[in-house]
Ligand binder design. Structure first.
Ligand code: AMP
Length: 114
């Protein structure tokens, strides 16, 4: 069950600011406020999904494809397509997911530790 009381929903409602990298009808990307690598971006859906399992269960095939294409586009914008990057998504208690709104992290801009 999606809980609207989360920080990314507030960003979507423009109630709090974010350093926007990319936006279209269904996707928003912005810089992580607490980066763990030189490049650390977040890509979120505008659709209300709480995590990856929720997204993959309820989103249309077109929406899923569009989302991942947008992730690749953000990597291009950030200039890490050639140098490489890591994408990850936390889901469920063991992952330590902090914000219950589906998002992918894009990490790069330097050699990442395993
Ligand atoms: P996760 O643990 O996958 O839910 O990660 C949530 C991420 O959101 C963390 O990396 C936070 O640093 C980041 N974050 C939290 N609040 C904000 C914010 N207001 N703007 C940008 N990033 C944020």
């Amino acid at each position: 069950m999606y809980d609207k009381n989360n920080i990314f929903h507030k960003i979507l409602r423009s109630e709090i600011p974010a350093k926007i990298i990319y936006e279209d009808d269904t996707v928003l990307s912005f810089h992580d406020i607490n980066p763990v690598s030189k490049i650390h971006a977040l890509v979120i859906t505008k659709g209300l999904y709480s995590d990856f399992p929720d997204f993959i269960a309820r989103a249309s095939a077109e929406e899923v494809k569009h989302f991942f294409a947008a992730v690749a586009k953000v990597a291009e914008i950030l200039g890490v397509s050639e140098s490489g990057y890591r994408i990850l998504s936390n889901a469920g208690p063991d992952s330590g997911q902090e914000v219950p709104h589906f998002h992918l992290h894009i990490l790069g801009g330097e050699r990442l530790r395993r």
